[in-house]
Design a protein around this ligand. Structure first.
Ligand SMILES: Nc1nc2c(c(=O)[nH]1)N[C@H]1C(S)=C(S)[C@@H](COP(=O)(O)OP(=O)(O)OC[C@H]3O[C@@H](n4cnc5c(=O)[nH]c(N)nc54)[C@H](O)[C@@H]3O)O[C@H]1N2
Ligand SMILES: Nc1nc2c(c(=O)[nH]1)N[C@H]1C(S)=C(S)[C@@H](COP(=O)(O)OP(=O)(O)OC[C@H]3O[C@@H](n4cnc5c(=O)[nH]c(N)nc54)[C@H](O)[C@@H]3O)O[C@H]1N2
Ligand code: SF4
Ligand SMILES: [Mo]
Length: 707
């Protein structure tokens, strides 16, 4: 029987039809608003992982021989409970930590947060979205009082005349997204900022190539020109924002020639771009084509990531765009449930509904839904990079439960993470494959994949979608909701944990009611009947199931921003000098930028197991400018070494004149000696705790083999 569901991978959540009646399971693109029926190679091949021979079918316990052996679920659950008790008795509640994921359904993300706080009584929970959306979230919260990646339906871009896309390579990371850039392209208005000529930059009418980590200065320069040339929308600024005067002061010294010297983007291009944006915005206000500013990880995954997104939002506000039909600002969420995953309590400082864990009223409300005393809910924990770095150290956690991340590959300074995981007393990893992190675990728990479970995901537009089961659970494999419910009961949690996704969603709705991300008006029945629902959607909101109609809040901020006074905040930002280890200030150092290839997803646990994807991109290629290579005696296809004070990576040179001379690019999908995160450091953004993934000083040389 054909089942309508969505792709397991990224936040575009393309529509998919699964047919379990065929062998192998049939998978095809389904006409859905974000993808128009198209899928990328990852989506098309996703069903191959359902019946993959390396799929885990039994819990695995590390024996005295150091090897992982199959054990029964009974034993596995007992082991977890025994270890939790032993570790917490010896070292306190916070000695057990939980790490979640933007891949989890809303139901699992919610349940994991509740499990950490109530069943374990620990404050130590955070998730891999910290590595993904945190800078955009921090800046969105400051400016608008609310963080929803796109505060408008993606289809709104289909009318755009101008799009400024900063640090996003959707042509590789979300190929069907490109259709939503077509209108701007036809208008000659697609402007892309990327230090390399990415597949997306290739599509642009204007490609600016700032030095890695300098988009902040570029954006300050653009905003400076708007104010210096009187091009800002003062009527909008007066009516809908606060802070113009302090913003003006902060921008005074960012004249284009100074910005050129820091970014490498010519002053003339900065002036021209600012004027183009201003005239397009002015035209849009009088009924012309809308103007959008969008950010991706390229500008967010820096120690100045939050400041950079704030600068991009300031630019959009100066142009009078957010909260109008003349355009807007948005950030392109990454993981499948990167949006919902950041709303329901996986974050160290958060309770469901995007509530603050430090807010007494929020604690009372959520405790009421959970049927517990608010005082037993722990306070805020610590962010992901810090949580990982301190494992096994005094004050750090000694036991870790991992759900949906593979930090041996994907966390910054991977050598440090691997050492931290080794210091743990006990590591439990839930996954469907033996990821590099699972391979280090004391206990591995096999869980269901997307096509075997029911649930909801919230896509990059804030639209709540149904993930549907097309296949029965394989033998030996359990759902994570079942797992958490069983463990909670055995740990004598002070409240009930339901294992039925529909029930959990209804509870999540109640817990989120009155919060920023209010889901209380959403239910499975209306989603199943085809309703397009965007949060916030408080209980009682009329829901339409008519095709083409939208319910909830498809467009945020049209009347007011989410701050109590309804106004957006202009946030003055002052660039801070980059923190670089002295050891890395050597002559000949260039900037390592990391990111994604079309064929692979994240740490590669899934896509490196799909033969056609693995064959298409089997190993790490280092993208290097031919002149940079020539100066180091490197030719195309040769083995190279990249090194710095954190580690050393081997890769194959791929010469490409589209990348800056001072920059080298590596994908982060590969393990062992090809793991790009061996080179990323410990710096994090002061507001969001986002690691500096996109900028690391490295020395590049030819690999000399001494056999
Ligand atoms: N194929 C594939 N698709 C994916 C994923 C995947 O792993 N593989 N992951 C999903 C997830 S979780 C995410 S978060 C998204 C990420 O999607 P994107 O943000 O599009 O992906 P990245 O490749 O991380 O970075 C985008 C671009 O930023 C550029 N960049 C690096 N440093 C800078 C800089 O300082 N300034 C500017 N302007 N640009 C810079 C890089 O050269 C790169 O082309 O993709 C989602 N889709
Ligand atoms: N150098 C560098 N590093 C980066 C980035 C970068 O651009 N450069 N990007 C960062 C970003 S944006 C992200 S999002 C992270 C992502 O990196 P990770 O957090 O490692 O994410 P995945 O590779 O998706 O890992 C998910 C793991 O969970 C499993 N999994 C998937 N779904 C489920 C589920 O429902 N339940 C359970 N229990 N397991 C599941 C998968 O099999 C896989 O092993 O990487 C970050 N790291
Ligand atoms: S673009 Fe994203 S959601 Fe769509 S098929 Fe590819 S991985 Fe799946
Ligand atoms: Mo991400």
């Amino acid at each position: 029987m054909a089942v309508a569901t969505h792709c397991p991978y990224c936040a575009l959540q393309c529509g998919i039809t699964l047919d379990a009646g065929t062998t192998p399971v049939g998978l095809s693109g389904r006409n859905f608003e974000t993808n128009g029926g198209a899928l990328c190679r990852k989506g098309y091949s996703a069903a191959q992982l359902l019946e993959h021979p390396e799929r885990l079918h039994s819990p695995l316990e590390r024996g005295a021989d150091g090897v992982l052996h199959p054990v029964s679920w009974e034993r596995a659950l007992d082991l977890v409970v025994h270890q939790v008790r032993a570790v917490q008795q010896a070292h306190g509640k916070d000695a057990v930590a939980v790490f979640g994921s933007g891949s989890l359904t809303n139901e699992k993300a919610y349940q994991l947060g509740k499990f950490a706080r109530l069943a374990l009584g620990t404050s130590r929970i955070d998730y891999n979205g910290r590595f993904c959306m945190s800078s955009a979230a921090a800046a969105g919260n400051k400016a608008f009082g609310l963080d929803r990646g796109l505060p408008f339906p993606l289809a709104d871009l289909d009318r755009a005349g101008t799009i400024l896309l900063l640090g996003s390579n959707v042509a590789d990371t979300m190929p069907p997204f490109v259709r939503h850039l077509e209108s701007a392209r036809e208008n000659g208005g697609l402007i892309v900022s990327d230090p390399r000529r990415s597949a997306t930059a290739e599509l642009a009418d204007t490609h600016v190539q700032p030095a890695p980590g300098t988009d902040l200065q570029l954006l300050l320069g653009l905003a400076h020109v708007l104010l210096a040339e009187d091009l800002a929308d003062t009527e909008y600024l007066d009516a809908r924002t606060w802070g113009l005067e302090s913003l003006r002061i902060s921008l005074a010294s960012w004249w284009p020639e100074r910005v050129q010297s820091l970014t490498g983007v010519p002053a003339s291009v900065i002036r021209q771009t600012a004027r183009t944006l201003a005239s397009a915005a002015q035209a849009a206000r009088s009924g012309g084509k809308p103007v959008y500013i969008l950010t991706g990880r390229g500008v967010e995954q820096h120690a100045n990531g939050t400041a950079t997104v704030s600068a991009a939002i300031n630019l959009a506000l100066l142009l009078g765009l957010p909260g109008t039909l003349a355009g807007g600002f948005g950030t392109i969420t990454g993981q499948g449930n990167g949006q919902g995953g950041r709303e329901h309590g996986q974050k160290a400082d958060q309770l469901p509904g995007y509530r603050k864990i430090t807010d007494p009223a929020a604690r009372r409300h959520v405790a009421g839904v959970w049927g517990v005393d608010p005082d037993i809910i722990p306070g805020p924990g610590i962010p992901a990079a810090q949580l990982l770095a301190t494992l096994g150290e005094p004050g750090g956690a000694r036991m870790l439960l991992m759900h949906g991340s593979n930090p041996v590959i994907s966390s910054p300074n991977a050598n440090r993470t691997a050492a931290a995981l080794r210091r743990l007393d006990y590591l439990v990893v839930s996954d469907f494959f033996l990821s590099e992190t699972a391979a280090q675990a004391d206990l591995v728990l096999p869980v269901l994949q997307w096509a075997e479970e029911e649930g909801t995901m919230t896509n990059l537009e804030g639209r709540v979608l149904r993930r549907r089961a097309a296949l029965a659970p394989p033998p030996g494999v359990r759902s994570e909701l079942w797992l958490l419910a069983e463990l909670a009961a055995r740990l004598q949690a002070p409240t009930v944990f339901n294992a039925d996704p529909r029930e959990v969603f209804a509870e999540l709705g109640r817990a989120s009611a009155g919060g920023i991300a209010d889901y209380s008006g959403v239910d499975y029945t209306s989603l199943d009947a085809g309703a397009a629902v965007y949060w916030p959607c408080p209980a009682g909101t009329p829901i339409s199931t008519a095709p083409g109609e939208r319910s909830g809040t498809p467009r945020l901020f049209l009347e007011r921003f989410a701050h109590p006074d309804g106004r957006a905040r202009l946030e003055p930002v002052y660039p801070q000098p980059a923190a670089v280890d002295d050891a890395d200030l050597r002559p000949g150092t260039i900037s390592l930028v990391t990111g994604r290839l079309l064929e692979h997803y994240q740490s590669g646990t899934q896509t490196r197991r799909v033969a056609e994807l693995q064959q298409a991109a089997p190993a790490a290629l280092a993208q290097i400018h031919p002149d940079t290579a020539l100066a180091r005696g490197i030719s195309d296809g040769q083995e190279v070494v990249l090194e710095n004070s954190h580690g050393r990576v081997e890769a194959t040179a791929c010469l490409d004149a589209g990348i800056r001379l001072d920059t080298v690019f590596l994908p982060f999908h590969f393990p062992e000696t090809q793991n790009a995160n061996l080179l990323t450091g410990d710096a994090v953004d002061p507001d969001s705790s986002m690691p500096e993934f996109k900028h690391a000083p490295v020395l590049l040389s030819r690999l000399e083999r001494h056999e």
